[in-house]
Write a new protein. Structure first.
Length: 106
């Protein structure tokens, strides 16, 4: 599912959060997704309780999963599947925001 996400989509989600979300100390929040930027225009972050994605100046992005399974009997493949499932849920959540709220790409 990661290939469904690209820089333009991430920027659209962030702009939708700014337009329709609530400004909080953490950033702009909408449907359990928070968007923050560095203020200098070089990077932004979209996150929920489980996953964050950082979008950097050179149009690169990186996902991070907040918690990892602690079961010592899991294989590396199990851990990767766990992370991928959380990232996929987060991407689905972001795409749902774009469907639910009108957004305008510049």
């Amino acid at each position: 599912m990661k290939n469904q996400i690209n820089v333009r989509t991430l920027l659209d989600v962030f702009e939708t959060l700014r337009r329709h979300g609530v400004a909080t100390e953490a950033g702009f929040e909408l449907d359990d997704v928070v968007g923050t930027d560095t203020g200098d225009g070089y990077s932004l972050r979209l996150s929920d309780a489980d996953v964050s994605v950082d979008l950097n100046f050179h149009n690169t992005y990186h996902f991070e999963v907040a918690d990892e399974p602690t079961n010592i009997n899991l294989t590396e493949q199990d851990v990767l599947a766990h992370k991928e499932a959380k990232i996929n849920r987060f991407i689905t959540k972001m795409l749902g925001i774009l469907e639910k709220y009108p957004h305008v790409s510049p």
